[in-house]
Design a protein around this ligand. Structure first.
Ligand SMILES: CC(C)(COP(=O)([O-])OP(=O)([O-])OC[C@H]1O[C@@H](n2cnc3c(N)ncnc32)[C@H](O)[C@@H]1OP(=O)([O-])[O-])[C@@H](O)C(=O)NCCC(=O)NCCSC(=O)C[C@@](C)(O)CC(=O)[O-]
Ligand SMILES: NC(=O)C1=CN([C@@H]2O[C@H](COP(=O)(O)OP(=O)(O)OC[C@H]3O[C@@H](n4cnc5c(N)ncnc54)[C@H](O)[C@@H]3O)[C@@H](O)[C@H]2O)C=CC1
Length: 403
């Protein structure tokens, strides 16, 4: 039997026979995980944190975040609490659909205008074939075609309703590809696959009174940093990493495909051929305005969402009536919250003050020490503002020597 055909327990035995020490895992959990992926031998755990009081469009949410990096949840909480003092986030999801691409190889017999005339019929055929999607409120919306020499590029827009929609869109594209192969002059269908090009855009906006963040000077520094991020790629990529800190954590917690959002966000940041900050902070009438638009091809159904109890727990935390539009608005709101918290930290005391204070817990967790000793070491590190693994060990030694 091949490795992938074995039961997870048998795969574990093989690894253990090689001398690899594996973590214990409950058999039921292991078998459940085996249904979700391939070659499964265990699990990787992440802490699940929550952000309290994220105010979006007049509603208040608890937001689940799965992330291992210290200070990301604290930063999101910090940003969210500032937004709460300033009327919250105004956000809007524009779920018009996700793109798909079909590329055909054609010869001289092919006529683009003939194909264009048949597009309404193709859309009808797709919608008749995938009628369950129509029932959920989605469907194939538009198809456009463009010819470059002997290649024809078709762009298909599919509204996946409440799902992310990758699987349904790929099925629709393959169905359309088979129909297109029958057209005069089509030699072959090269491929039919969804495109992760930015779609399902969600915008979020906040208006901050400088008095809630330490005054006008601080607000102006945030706006200046944002201007630098617009122009300078070294700053832009870091600014965007700070946004994705929060975005990815909510995507992970809600079982959404963070790879799809990351790749689409990179294209959005590079729209005019220059990689820029995804967010914008400006001063308007002495108020700080923050704006962020992100591609949000996410779902509240589909993929592994219903099959995973941990993901269902996240939806329970988010509360009732969180549809895909609302979830997109929450995620972009969290991205903006993480962004503001990071900008505030780096334009005032610097990132290390807050971040390293929380990172210090990781150094302390590594120590071979009692809970009481760990508490003492952490307290001393924060007091001395000196954060490193070696300093944690030094303090422990000093404590044990009675200093
Ligand atoms: C870390 C803080 C929040 C400290 O912030 P602070 O102002 O030193 O501490 P504070 O005790 O005054 O706390 C302010 C608020 O933060 C929240 N908060 C505070 N502590 C916690 C905690 N333990 N758990 C949950 N929430 C917490 C909480 O809302 C609190 O308000 P309160 O409720 O006390 O009135 C702040 O320094 C901060 O936001 N820093 C940014 C940290 C960050 O972005 N970390 C990510 C790692 S760095 C990175 O990946 C990319 C980056 C940052 O380089 C991107 C970029 O450059 O743009
Ligand atoms: N390039 C990419 O981004 C690719 C991503 N993927 C993966 O595909 C997965 C995404 O799955 P999906 O296609 O979204 O899931 P899925 O295949 O389970 O399809 C979602 C289903 O939900 C239905 N639906 C829509 N609205 C609904 C509603 N209101 N109530 C009930 N059902 C509804 C749709 O008709 C569809 O059948 C992710 O795991 C992703 O990683 C797969 C291939 C490529």
């Amino acid at each position: 039997m091949k490795f992938y055909q074995l039961k997870p327990e048998q795969r574990r035995e093989l690894l253990q026979a090689e001398g690899i020490k594996l973590e214990k895992i409950n058999e039921e959990v292991l078998n459940r995980l085996d249904e979700l992926s391939e070659n499964v031998i265990g699990q990787l755990r992440l802490p699940l944190g929550v952000v309290q009081q994220l105010h979006v469009n007049g509603r208040e949410f608890w937001v689940p975040m799965a992330v291992e990096e210290p200070s990301v949840v604290a930063a999101a909480n910090h940003g969210a609490s500032i937004f709460a003092k300033n009327g919250g986030i105004f956000a809007q999801s524009m779920r018009t659909g996700i793109y798909g691409q079909i590329v055909l190889k054609v010869n001289d017999e092919f006529s683009l205008s003939n194909l264009n005339n048949k597009i309404p019929k193709l859309i009808d055929l797709a919608n008749q074939e995938f009628v369950s999607l129509i029932k959920h409120g989605g469907g194939t919306r538009t198809i456009s075609a463009d010819q470059k020499e002997n290649l024809v590029y078709l762009k298909v827009l599919v509204d996946p309703a409440e799902a992310m929609g990758a699987n349904k869109t790929n099925s629709i594209l393959e169905f359309l590809g088979r129909k297109l192969k029958q057209f005069a002059g089509v030699e072959e269908k090269l491929f039919a696959i969804l495109s992760n090009y930015p779609s399902q855009l969600t915008k979020a906006k906040v208006k901050i009174d400088p008095n809630t963040i330490g005054g006008l000077k601080v607000a102006e520094r945030v706006a200046l940093l944002s201007k630098i991020g617009y122009e300078n790629v070294y700053r832009a990529v870091t600014n965007n990493k700070g946004i994705m800190n929060g975005v990815d954590a909510v995507l992970l917690a809600t079982g959404n495909d963070y790879r799809a959002i990351e790749s689409a966000a990179a294209v959005l940041a590079n729209q005019d051929g220059h990689y820029r900050s995804l967010s914008k902070w400006t001063m308007e009438n002495n108020m700080l305005i923050g704006e962020l638009t992100l591609p949000m091809a996410i779902g509240v159904v589909g993929g592994s969402i219903k099959a995973r109890k941990d993901v269902q727990q996240s939806f329970a935390i988010l509360g009732k009536n969180v549809d895909s539009k609302t979830l997109g608005e929450i995620i972009v709101g969290i991205g903006l919250a993480n962004n503001l918290a990071a900008l505030l930290a780096i334009s005032t005391v610097g990132i290390q003050a807050g971040h390293m204070k929380l990172q210090a817990r990781n150094f302390v967790a590594e120590l071979n020490a009692s809970e009481q000793e760990k508490k003492q070491v952490l307290g001393r590190m924060i007091e001395e503002k000196k954060y490193s693994e070696s300093h944690a060990r030094e303090i422990l030694q000093e404590i044990r020597e009675g200093n």
